[in-house]
Design a protein around this ligand. Sequence first.
Ligand code: FCB
Length: 466
Amino acid sequence: MSTFPHGFLWGSATAAAQIEGAGSDDGKGDSIWDAFARVPGAIANGDTPAVAVDHYRRMPADVALMRELGLDAYRFSVSWARVRPDDGEVNPAGLDFYSRLVDELLEADILPWLTLYHWDLPQSLEARGGWANRDTAARFRDYAVIVHEALGDRVTHWTTFNEPLCSSLIGYAGGEHAPGRSEPRAGLAALHHQHLAHGLATRALRERGAQQLGITLNLTNAVPADPSDPADLDAARRLDAIWNRAFLEPLVLGRYPVDFLDDVRDHDFASLILDGDLETIAQPIDFLGVNHYHDDQVSGRPLPEGTPPGLRPTDYATGNPFVGSEHLTFPTRNLPRTAMGWEINPDGLRHLLVRLGREYPTLPPLYVTENGSAWDDVVEPDGSINDVERERYMLDHVDAVAQAIAEGADVRGYFVWSLLDNFEWAWGYDKRFGIVRVDYDTQQRTIKRSGHAFRALIASQRASIQ
Ligand code: FCB
């Protein structure tokens, strides 16, 4: 069994739109995901986040479940559309929900790890241009301050954005995520404006005394399909630029990568960057969240005849290339795959964590804020879920984190995705990631084999450091 440094955090993660439901209760307004779900064909089976797993009402029982699992920390997100539905009055009932959640967590001795934006922009702001509108960055700062004023006395760990790649390029240029726009320039504007929003909010919360501030990125290893083929090497460089460096470099080094700027020059990206923006964006942060599920093998050549479609960086739905990923292809490797079609390769996580520390020596400590897998779970006649694949995936990735630490990576925690089966965005309820099963007819929760394994892992780690 691997051992982890003293104080290493074991947690589990969720997101508001994926679990809360109560889509229009107690003054909540529509988010872009509520609106997107009404577009025919946007989401598998016509599913919507309106009910999800009813966490809004079942929150105390869900916290009790976390306590049963022995979690140190719980990563959740706040729904902006619940807190400030139309950019006017603050909705006290919305804020109160998160205040009760935080109290419940602290009572259970679980660290609240709060994310301000996990993809669910209020639809009222989308109607004014959404993230393509620079003003949304200032609106985000105001929203962050509102949440901090309500919870800053109890919440120490603040994450501005979850996976801005998805909520900018995939939502505004790829069209596969809300708001479902396929406009390259809007995607790039969203990317820059979310960076700016991160910087503005980080500065504002720092001034108000927030202790731990960070952001979560989804980072990949871009693997050339044929490392001896210059076309594939170049494809890997481009994917690394758009997926990793267009996020890491502005946030950590205060600049955009030169090759990324060159790749998107037709869209006049540079004109979006105003004086002082890069300085704002590169506010010091106290931690970097890393979400990682799989690497991406990439090629600069067409896929061979008969290759199944959909193997884009996102692996989501229709597979529109987003800006900057044109002319890249994603051939599969001969590796086992999850129900998402994502390859299983724990060593990729080790490699990524080690590489980050080496390539960006000024990075703050890392936390794996999401890692997990979807499977077609089977409920046994006795009601148990024997999800050996999810358990294996999780334990192998935890080992990979231990190896990364042994090789010098400064990793301080691991959050499994996800606590509960939930609304998996464009896939609706088709894909189950939970270590706890949710029966969508009854909302009953059942800890799966993987959940029991996670509990045992946490307990054994605790025992080994006492
Ligand atoms: C990540 C998202 C998370 C979840 C997992 C499977 O990209 O941050 O909400 O959907 O993928």
